[in-house]
Design a protein around this ligand. Structure first.
Ligand code: HPA
Length: 247
């Protein structure tokens, strides 16, 4: 059976909580091997890729985004719904809230951000004026309204290289430059999905304020704990969106 919808789960989200995983497979392609979970939802298969690996062993700068996207495409995915734990750059948007990403600023440094990485092969300059799929974003928003889930409809994601967190100065800079949330993985994932002609939208869960915005540091427990509290809502939103995609 082919999976028309793919989910890429970020930090804190490694498989569906309320939908059974029916099998797991190593899926190979020219870029690498991807561990894919298949969930059965209303008689259909959904392919789920935990971006950091099941045991969160793949750090952000080591994620094989090309292999992940290619695997989902090969499995028949037309749409990808991604999740990400993020820091907020806006005091008005506190931890626990959801943001549907609409733009990005790329501060990554050493990632392969394209499928056009070979000389002598035709390439294109992808238009990323609007990097996320607007029809897919609209579906997420419709699903959120139907479910009574509050999600910020727009947000500019700043992608840092990681795995370290940001300095207070980096966070200040990005506030001035127009960023709304900060993370380490959505770029180049969204770009590769677009190059592969897949619809891609990403739901960010705010797990903390950016470095230096409030007293105290940012801890793994803070990120995990806040994400965990939002997981049920996140999954409800994902499944309601998938309902719209499969109808
Ligand atoms: N910065 C970068 N990535 C993150 C953060 C953050 O503050 N929180 C969760 N992922």
């Amino acid at each position: 059976m082919r999976a028309r919808v793919g989910v890429i789960g970020g930090t804190g989200y490694y498989k569906f909580k309320t939908v059974p995983t029916i099998r797991e497979e190593e899926v190979d392609n020219q870029y690498g091997r991807v561990h894919v979970l298949f969930a059965e939802y209303k008689g259909r298969e959904i392919a789920f890729v935990p971006r950091h690996g099941l045991g969160h062993t793949i750090p952000p700068h080591k994620i094989n985004h090309r292999a992940n996207i290619q695997a989902l495409k090969d499995l028949g995915a037309e749409s990808i719904l991604a999740t990400a734990a993020v820091g907020s750059l806006r005091k008005m948007v506190p931890p626990g809230e959801l943001v549907l990403l609409s733009q990005f600023i790329d501060m990554t440094k050493r990632r392969i951000g394209t499928f056009y990485d070979e000389e002598g092969v035709p390439f294109k300059h992808l238009d990323v004026t609007e990097p996320f799929s607007e029809p897919l974003r609209e579906r997420v928003l419709r699903a959120a309204t139907a479910q009574g889930i509050h999600i910020h409809p727009y947000g500019t994601y700043v992608a840092f290289e990681g795995p370290r967190l940001e300095t207070a100065a980096e966070i200040s800079m990005m506030q001035i430059l127009g960023g709304d949330v900060v993370g380490m993985t959505i770029v180049p994932e969204v770009v590769l999905a677009r190059e592969a002609d897949l619809s891609y939208a990403a739901i960010a869960v705010i797990t903390n304020y950016g470095a230096g915005m409030v007293p105290g540091g940012i801890s793994k427990d803070m990120v995990r704990g806040t994400f965990a509290a939002a997981t049920n809502t996140l999954e409800r939103l994902l499944l309601a969106t998938i309902d719209l995609l499969l109808e």
